[in-house]
Design a protein around this ligand. Structure first.
Ligand code: FES
Length: 99
């Protein structure tokens, strides 16, 4: 799958931001929700995953590194920002590099 063929599923972006997902650096499109960013990294598994995309199912829960403790957020409702660090993710979120 070529991500350029699916560009219209993403919010418009001009550049990629660097974030960390469970200790691995990844480049993802600015201006998009974290769940879209995961989809960018793993088009198949996220597209066909069990996600409502609107805040109901809670399957997209991730934990962000905070100042004192982790903070749980919904990936479909959280916009990505440069340097975000995701420490843990719901088991529903499967990211396979290169898919
Ligand atoms: S995808 Fe269902 S709550 Fe985020």
């Amino acid at each position: 799958m070529n991500i350029e063929d699916y560009r219209d599923i993403f919010e418009p972006f001009d550049k990629l931001l660097e974030i960390e997902i469970c200790g691995e650096r990844q480049e993802v499109p600015e201006n998009n929700s974290l769940l879209r960013c995961f989809q960018f990294l793993s088009l198949k598994t996220i597209s066909y995953g069990d996600f409502c995309w609107n805040g109901d199912c809670l399957n997209c829960k991730v934990w962000l590194e905070g100042l004192e403790k982790e903070k749980a957020v919904l990936a479909c409702r959280t916009k990505v920002s440069e340097g975000m660090k995701i420490t843990r993710m719901s088991k529903e979120i499967k990211i396979n590099d290169g898919e």
